[in-house]
Design a protein. Structure first.
Length: 294
């Protein structure tokens, strides 16, 4: 609230018993009250007429015998310095100036201050508060809906009409990693509709992280391509490497043997036998031309 100054340096009155004239009207001040100014003495009527200030409220002169209050170059009789709303005297009260109006703190708060959404009491000017989504709280009234502790300047997460500090929200609502059971506070991966930390989603065989990599599964366990091929994939009868089904992955099977498409070639002339007739010769396969030369 604004400050208030009152009647400092007021001129002094006195009486004279010797020949002494008013500096303005020249009438004798003998036996009369007067006010001594820098340029000479003045009788009371002359002083009030020439030096008294005009009250900003009632527009009348503030006589020498009145207590004068002033604020921002405006002068008031003591009884005129009042709240514009409730008419309470502001002579010894804190106040606020709103436009041209002087208001006591109660009237100012009632009209211009917001109310705390939690306790429904006025949020006094200058007090610590929090504003969010068009609503206002006292700082000590804005508490976590779970732990009931003031959130203060910490981060919070809204949930419908509730507000949670980050630790409580993560504990209550955040998904938990399928492997380590800890909460996922930021990006993870989903496998079989279950959440995982990226660092927890690893190959069952070699433990290499699989996030962003090609992988497959066996008995619901994820495997990188290399481990899956070594452990479970069919082996090509020609190159002996796993047939994984990735990178095209087409293959040919005959009896209990298997070949990559690009490995299914005649053992003599190396002609591709994919989609063609062939003749098995012990562990080898031959095109018809090569088999007829035997």
């Amino acid at each position: 609230s604004a400050g208030l100054l009152a009647g400092e340096g007021a001129p002094q009155t006195g009486t004279m018993t010797e020949c002494f004239d008013c500096d303005n009207c020249k009438e004798s001040l003998y036996g009369r009250k007067y006010i001594q100014m820098d340029n000479g003495p003045y009788c009371i009527p002359c002083y009030d007429a020439h030096f008294a200030n005009t009250c900003d409220e009632c527009k009348e002169l503030i006589g020498h015998d009145c207590r004068e209050l002033y604020y921002e170059d405006r002068h008031y009789h003591e009884h005129c310095f009042r709240c514009f709303r409730c008419d309470r005297s502001l002579a010894d009260e804190p106040f606020t100036c709103q436009g041209e109006e002087l208001l006591c703190n109660d009237c100012y708060c009632s009209e211009f201050s917001s109310k705390c959404i939690a306790c429904e009491k006025t949020v006094m000017p200058g007090s610590r508060k929090l504003e969010y989504n068009g609503q206002t709280w006292h700082e000590h009234c804005f508490i976590c809906s779970s732990c009931q502790q003031p959130i203060g300047s910490r981060s919070f997460i809204p949930d419908n009409k509730d507000y949670y500090c980050v630790p409580c929200y993560e504990s209550k609502f955040a998904p938990r990693c399928t492997r380590c059971k800890k909460t996922l506070t930021k990006g993870g991966v989903t496998y079989r509709d279950e959440p995982w930390h990226k660092e927890c989603f690893v190959c069952t065989g070699c433990k290499t992280p699989l996030a962003g990599q090609q992988f497959t599964s066996q008995d619901d366990n994820p495997y990188c391509i290399k481990c899956f091929g070594n452990l479970y994939a069919k082996k090509c009868s020609a190159c002996t490497k796993p047939i994984t089904g990735f990178g095209g992955g087409k293959y040919v099977s005959f009896e209990d043997r298997h070949w990559h498409h690009n490995c299914f070639n005649c053992a003599r002339c190396n002609t591709s036998l994919v989609g063609k007739g062939f003749i098995p010769d012990n562990d080898e396969i031959l095109c018809r031309d090569c088999s007829s030369d035997l």
